[in-house]
Design a protein around this ligand. Structure first.
Ligand SMILES: *Cc1c(COP(=O)(O)O)cnc(C)c1O
Length: 398
């Protein structure tokens, strides 16, 4: 045994030690069960969660959904693409960003990303815009806001900007605005791996009453509960349950604390590490949501992300290469598999997603992600700093 730190346990979001689930959540679930009302149409918890989410973000409306993917589906449906219309998004994201675009019979158009942040490159988005573009879905990757300029681009072309904030709870733009409030709609996830969780769950926020109404109808079978029993529009059942909502309310109350703790340890890490030649770490500690801690290697380093992540993992650090198996423009779901039955509609028979070489470079060669967690202590940070320094020294000889 050469290094005692090798045995330090890192709490993860997959266990109680790395989650903020406590007496409040137990009380919340019990309260709902005792009430006998588990459904949000007649219950009070989901509506209260929506009010609290809207208030937290200073917007007029929030609509709950059964997952983050469902929340994005509400947003895409509200944007109203015609079948075959295009929606621009990032190839480095969860499939939950892309699936809803196909589900609304729209074509996902991938624009390339910044080689360091992995967020959409505004110039690439601008050049991907065509006559059939109906929306832009920006992803705030790992908790760093995508460029605010995307809003101006969306405005200039008369299409809504949808913000996928699943990884960016309480992230802030450089001007101080919260992620999710710069575009027409912000979408959030409460899935197990996110900052706060109720197992699965989603929320959308908007200041636009018409978009909010459309999303609410889509989440509830097109049924305007306050105005009779006729199904006004096509919709599905994407409702959150009262059990989910009660837990999510307790978690939402803890969210500022979760962010404060993740930011404090990220701050410590970056301060102790200082600049290391050949490595790029995220900055803007207090705006970043630190869902993960990305490390981007210079493409010219003698080792790539596989080796770098393995070397960190060998030292007991929860590090992985690439974040994705492949950028999503290469996923079989988009390159050849049928979408509905044997049909590839809305994709043309010969449809091939655009190349995104900078996304490929990140996933395949330069991007390493470390799990980050609000339960990390000084000891964890010290261990991560020591491991990054050691691997960096090995790799660069410095
Ligand atoms: C998690 C995630 C989603 C999907 O959310 P689910 O709640 O898992 O459906 C969408 N986009 C991004 C960027 C995510 O990280």
């Amino acid at each position: 045994m050469t290094d005692a730190l090798e045995h330090l346990r890192f709490p993860s979001v997959a266990e109680a030690a790395g989650r903020t689930i406590g007496a409040e959540e137990v009380e919340a679930v019990t309260r709902v069960l005792r009430s006998g009302m588990l459904n949000s149409v007649w219950g009070t918890e989901t509506r209260a969660l929506e009010r609290e989410m809207a208030a937290l973000h200073g917007v007029g409306h929030a609509v709950a959904a059964s997952s983050g993917t469902a929340a994005i589906h509400l947003a895409v449906a509200a944007a109203g693409p015609d079948p075959g219309d295009e929606i621009i998004t990032s190839p480095i994201t969860d499939f939950g960003t892309v699936g809803p675009i196909l589900a609304q019979n729209a074509v996902p158009v991938f624009a390339d990303v910044d080689p360091v942040t992995g967020n959409l490159d505004p110039a690439a988005v601008e050049s991907a815009i065509g006559p059939r573009t109906k929306a832009i879905v920006a992803v705030h990757l790992f908790g760093a806001t995508a460029p605010a300029e995307l809003r101006q681009i969306a405005d200039r072309h008369g299409v809504p900007l949808i913000e996928d904030c699943a990884q960016a709870w309480l992230a802030r733009y450089p001007d101080g605005r919260l992620a999710g409030t710069a575009g027409a709609i912000g979408c959030f996830s409460l899935q197990q791996w996110k900052h706060i969780t109720c197992g699965d769950g989603g929320l959308t926020i908007t200041d636009d009453a018409d978009l909010a109404r459309r999303m609410r109808l889509f989440a509830d079978k097109g049924w305007p509960r306050d105005k009779g029993r006729r199904h006004q529009t096509f919709g599905l059942n994407y409702r959150m349950t009262e059990l989910q909502a009660a837990v999510a309310r307790a978690q939402l109350a803890k969210l500022p604390g979760v962010l404060a703790r993740r930011r404090a340890t990220a701050h410590r890490l970056l301060a102790e590490l200082g600049p290391l030649p050949g490595l790029h770490l995220a900055a803007d500690v207090d705006r970043h949501a630190w869902w993960l801690m990305p490390i981007v290697l210079d493409a010219g380093l003698p080792v790539g992300n596989q080796e770098f992540a393995s070397a960190l993992a060998a030292r007991g650090i929860p590090a992985r290469p690439g974040y994705l198996e492949e950028a999503l423009n290469h996923a079989p779901a988009l390159t050849g598999a049928p979408v509905y039955g044997s049909s590839r509609f809305p994709l043309d028979a010969g449809h091939a997603p655009a190349a995104c070489p900078r996304a490929d470079q990140l996933v395949g060669r330069t991007l390493v992600v470390l799990d980050w967690n609000e339960a990390y202590t000084e000891e964890h940070v010290t261990a991560v700093v020591a491991a990054i320094r050691a691997v960096h020294r090995e790799v660069t000889g410095r």
